[in-house]
Design a protein around this ligand. Structure first.
Ligand code: AMP
Ligand code: ZN
Length: 499
């Protein structure tokens, strides 16, 4: 079989054909760092991580790029509401950059705890303003913009394919109707669906961050950052772009209009900006939307005042219980969150860890080699690969590992091989968790609040060394040393301790 992905563009399961043989470049819309990520947001990144690791599993070289939105995202996606970053900064009496740093660190801690591999490039909007300005100039050159009321707008009627991702009807959009209701009245807009590329006339007198530009001092519209940064790091044409389904009608629709609208004829002839659009469905809360104002905001591990929400950690759930819960549903199915379901995931994960304890004991922690696998064991591997190739079917992949682990016809050393291999994608740390379960004293990092983050950095150093990128490896070692964390290389791989 070959890898098949569901492409929102065209709404069908399609065979993945990379632009460059053996290489996949992809971009995932990252967080707006004005708040903690809630567990719904984290679903988007676990899905992206499965995509990342599946591509690696299938032998692709990958480049995974993610943005951090630290400027320009208003509380509504269509240029309405307040600036999310500025609003939080004012509430907390902090600068916008302090807010951004605080929540970026919290986000990275969450993704580390969920065993999500950090993207190869994590790029901040505020550090790419010149790239955004240059791209807007290209869009302007192609005749898609107009200035009104001090802001530079994208005129959607000048771009023929506008709305093709979401099957939007341009005539309806022009009238402000259709699937994407535009409720905000902005008298400067020629069409209600037009959007701002560059604001100079801020709606907020105290707009904290502004930059000089050919259109005057101001700040970028939200959508332009993803177009500019993805093209900077992945080129003008790349393989895959991801995000939650909420991004289809506005954010991604506008990203396409901007990026392809910046192309001249020669560039357009080379093909679309992005070949495959992938979107995860939502995590749904029983009884309403996740919001701090209704006390229903659920984080993975960050503590909140009781009236605002709570963390899964405070309720006794590990980040990996939540990862397991997410993997139990396909990324394109809406998933309702409930504590009953999370409890089920916790117990199933525990059972898998306990079985791994037994496997480790039975084979003395020695996996066989791939060449030593029986036909039956190879069959499991083939099926597991097929599950992933079938649009990242994690529920099937999870049941595959569950079947293999209890198959009495397989040798323990074979099962351990399968666990290691399958867990390179599922990332439930089964062997590590089993070692911890059978020898809790060996887990000398238990209770260290930074353990997951440090583990991730140590892993990055190992990866860098493997790739002969010694400068990065040394930098990670030195950065950790500056924090009082010493890496110790042992025959079983690196470990670490605090000084
Ligand atoms: P934001 O920080 O608001 O830009 O959102 C970060 C990511 O989370 C985006 O890809 C959103 O589409 C996604 N997202 C937001 N809410 C949910 C949810 N309840 N379930 C799944 N994904 C979500
Ligand atoms: Zn984006």
């Amino acid at each position: 079989m070959s890898l098949k992905l569901f492409n929102t563009m065209g709404k069908s399961l399609q065979e993945f054909k990379p632009i460059k043989e053996g290489y996949a470049g992809f971009y995932g819309c990252g967080p707006t760092v004005y708040n903690y990520a809630h567990i719904g947001n984290l679903r988007a990144y676990v899905f992206l991580d499965i995509l990342d690791k599946t591509l690696t599993y299938l032998g692709y070289d990958i480049k995974h790029v993610m943005n951090i939105t630290d400027v320009g995202h208003l509380t509504g996606d269509s240029d309405d509401g307040e600036d999310k970053m500025t609003k939080t900064a004012a509430e907390r009496h902090q600068s916008v950059l302090e807010v951004a740093k605080f929540y970026t660190d919290a986000f990275l801690k969450d993704i580390d705890a969920l065993n999500i591999r950090r993207p190869d490039v994590i790029c901040k909007a505020t550090e790419h303003i010149p790239e955004m300005i240059a791209l807007i100039q290209e869009i302007e050159k192609q005749g898609h913009t107009y200035m009104a009321g001090g802001n530079l707008y994208y005129d959607i009627s000048t771009y023929d394919d506008y709305g093709k991702l979401a099957n939007l009807n341009l005539d309806e959009l022009k009238a402000g109707a259709g699937k994407r209701k535009v409720v905000v009245v902005d008298e400067n807009k020629r069409n209600p669906g037009d959007f701002v590329l560059w604001f100079t006339k801020s709606k907020f007198e105290d707009q904290a961050m502004t930059w000089d530009s050919p259109w005057g001092r101001g700040y970028p519209g939200w959508h332009i950052e993803c177009s500019a940064m993805s093209m900077k790091y992945l080129g003008k044409h790349f393989d895959i772009h991801t995000g939650g389904v909420d991004h289809v009608p506005v954010h991604h629709t506008n990203e396409i209009a901007q990026s392809e609208g910046s192309f001249d004829e020669a560039e357009r002839a080379k093909g679309p900006w992005v070949n495959y659009w992938m979107h995860n469905e939502f995590l749904i809360l029983e009884g309403g939307k996740m919001s701090k104002s209704n006390g229903k905001f659920i984080t993975l591990q960050a503590e909140l005042p009781a009236e605002k929400g709570f963390s899964l950690k405070a309720k006794g759930y590990e980040p990996l219980d939540y990862r397991y819960f997410l993997l139990g549903a396909h990324y394109r199915s809406p998933l309702t969150f409930s504590f009953d379901a999370l409890e089920g995931a916790k117990n199933a994960r525990k059972a898998l860890v306990n079985k791994t304890v037994k496997v480790l004991k039975d084979c003395n922690s020695k996996a066989c080699s791939e060449a030593e696998l029986s036909e039956k064991a190879k069959g499991y591997l083939d099926s597991f690969k097929g599950d992933l190739e079938n649009d990242l079917s994690t529920p099937q992949a999870l049941s595959r590992i569950q079947m293999a682990i209890k198959d009495s016809e397989l040798k323990a050393s074979e099962i351990l091989f399968l666990i290691n291999k399958m867990d390179s994608v599922l990332s439930l740390s089964l062997v590590k968790e089993a070692e911890k379960a059978s020898n809790p004293a060996a887990d000398d990092h238990a209770g260290d609040p930074d353990a997951a983050e440090i583990d991730a950095l140590v892993q990055q150093r190992t990866d860098a060394k493997k790739a002969k990128d010694f400068a990065t490896a040394d930098k990670i070692r030195n950065d950790l040393a500056a924090r009082g964390v010493i890496i110790i290389d042992t025959p079983n791989g690196p470990t670490w301790k605090r000084q």
